[in-house]
Design a protein. Structure first.
Length: 120
């Protein structure tokens, strides 16, 4: 069911269709990324192709465990891809928004602007 919702949002955003006439813009908000920490993570990742776990942790100002839990939620929703590897002998984790994650973030931001009275 979650994948169906994501696909519907992605298709709606892809063709630029506006929400139903008469519906409040809050219906365009995504429940998964609406939480402040997850929204901050997604906004950070939207600015780049990928980012290292430590960079995102420091930018969002959360602990490793908080970031890990929030990333797991975003990954389960299909919004974030996690890649693990090494730099030299040191393990590293890179995070990136998926195509669907970028589309949902864009739609969420449009809904926020519409609620605030700006152009969607």
């Amino acid at each position: 069911m979650e994948i169906r919702r994501q696909l519907q949002m992605f298709i709606r955003d892809w063709d630029g269709a506006a929400p139903r006439a008469g519906s409040h813009p809050r219906h365009g908000l995504d429940d998964v990324i609406h939480a402040p920490v997850r929204f901050s993570i997604v906004a950070t990742l939207a600015a780049a192709d990928k980012a290292e776990f430590g960079f995102v942790r420091d930018t969002v100002e959360v602990s490793d465990s908080v970031l890990s839990r929030q990333i797991a939620t975003l990954e389960k929703a299909g919004y974030v891809a996690v890649t693990k590897g090494y730099v030299g002998k040191r393990p590293r984790t890179w995070l990136a928004l998926t195509v669907g994650g970028r589309a949902v973030f864009a739609a969420h931001c449009r809904a926020l602007r519409a609620i605030a009275g700006g152009d969607a």
